[in-house]
Design a protein around this ligand. Structure first.
Ligand SMILES: NC(=O)c1ccc[n+]([C@@H]2O[C@H](COP(=O)([O-])OP(=O)(O)OC[C@H]3O[C@@H](n4cnc5c(N)ncnc54)[C@H](OP(=O)(O)O)[C@@H]3O)[C@@H](O)[C@H]2O)c1
Length: 286
């Protein structure tokens, strides 16, 4: 860890504060060198007490001025406003990281006073329990060292991988929205257990651990999920009866279609947002 690394989180809500907690716990940054901004005073007080770091209401430009890494974690609709606000105080060498969904790197660059390394990340909500899945892309100005640094920030709250920017809509559909699909699977498994007579508590414990355990099994064996599925099946047994039902109702095909539709929706939303922001925010003179 670079003990002198200074990180600022602009908009420390659900995502931003989870990143703060992860970075502190992993030792990516020290409390003295981490600061954040939010909109409301009570939230600023609560966050400052929770993490023992400096948190201000607004003051984005001052907070960003001395940071090595500036993380933009406000809602996508506010991101360009915040970037325009900090632009006059930015300095060469700073790294910009945005987690704003659907906001293209080119739009972020258009708000900057000069060329800077820009990273666009799509984390997901399990970052709050340190098990997020984040995909990251960056512009051509990012060095290998800066890529490692940004990767270490997202590894502090789960796993991180780099993709090309044109894959970010697919990432949004797969892992960005993915927790919602799995919550539905867990919910349905609980309901199935309860229907068959298990208590809600026991069904919940068994369902959540089954999903957790299956995911860990895939990761740790490195085997294709179809091989692991076949290992659970006994000829003429219980599992194959359930699998036949799932196949009749198109489980795999449904999930595949869901990810395809969500990707296309994300792609059109990205285009709409870019068009809207182009009219609302004039690029800074370079
Ligand atoms: N949540 C997810 O699952 C998820 C997944 C991937 C990406 N993201 C991205 O993460 C970003 C944040 O999402 P979120 O769910 O964390 O939202 P959130 O909880 O609403 O956080 C946004 C934060 O921004 C603060 N804020 C608003 N205006 C501000 C300003 N002008 N200056 C400084 N701070 C300001 C708010 O302060 P107050 O709390 O005081 O109102 C709030 O803490 C979004 O761009 C989203 O696309 C989220």
């Amino acid at each position: 860890m670079n003990k002198d690394l200074r990180v600022t989180v602009l908009g420390a809500g659900n995502m931003g504060s989870a990143l703060m907690g992860g970075m502190l716990q992993a030792g990516v940054v020290t409390r003295q060198n981490l600061c954040a901004t939010v909109k409301s005073e009570p939230h600023a007080v609560e966050l400052a007490a929770r993490y023992e770091v400096r948190v201000t209401t607004g003051g984005n430009a001052e907070a960003a001025a001395d940071a090595d890494v500036v993380i933009v974690a406000v809602k996508p609709g506010y991101a360009m406003g915040v970037l325009n606000e900090i632009a006059p105080r930015l300095k060469p060498g700073q790294v910009i990281v945005s987690v704003a969904a659907s906001l293209p790197i080119a739009m972020i660059e258009s708000a900057l006073p000069f060329t800077l390394p820009v990273f666009r990340a799509m984390p997901n909500i399990p970052v709050v329990v340190g098990e997020g899945a984040t995909a990251v892309c960056c512009n051509g100005s990012a060095t290998g060292e800066q890529r490692d640094l940004v990767e270490s920030i997202f590894r502090a709250v789960g796993v991180a991988c780099f993709v090309e920017e044109d894959m970010m809509d697919a990432v949004t559909a797969l892992s960005g929205s993915g927790p919602a699909y799995i919550y539905m699977v867990i919910e349905a498994m609980i309901s199935g257990g309860v229907k068959m007579g298990l208590s809600h508590g026991v069904a919940t414990r068994l369902a959540e651990q089954t999903v957790l355990g299956a995911a860990k099994h895939v990761r740790e064996t490195g085997l294709h999920p179809a091989i692991l599925r076949d290992q659970v099946i006994t000829p003429g047994g219980v599992t194959i009866v359930a699998i036949h039902e799932l196949e009749k109702h198109g489980l795999r095909s449904t999930i595949l279609s869901a990810i395809e539709s969500a990707t296309l929706h994300s792609r059109s939303r990205t285009a709409v947002l870019a068009e809207k922001l182009k009219h609302e925010h004039k690029p800074n003179d370079k």
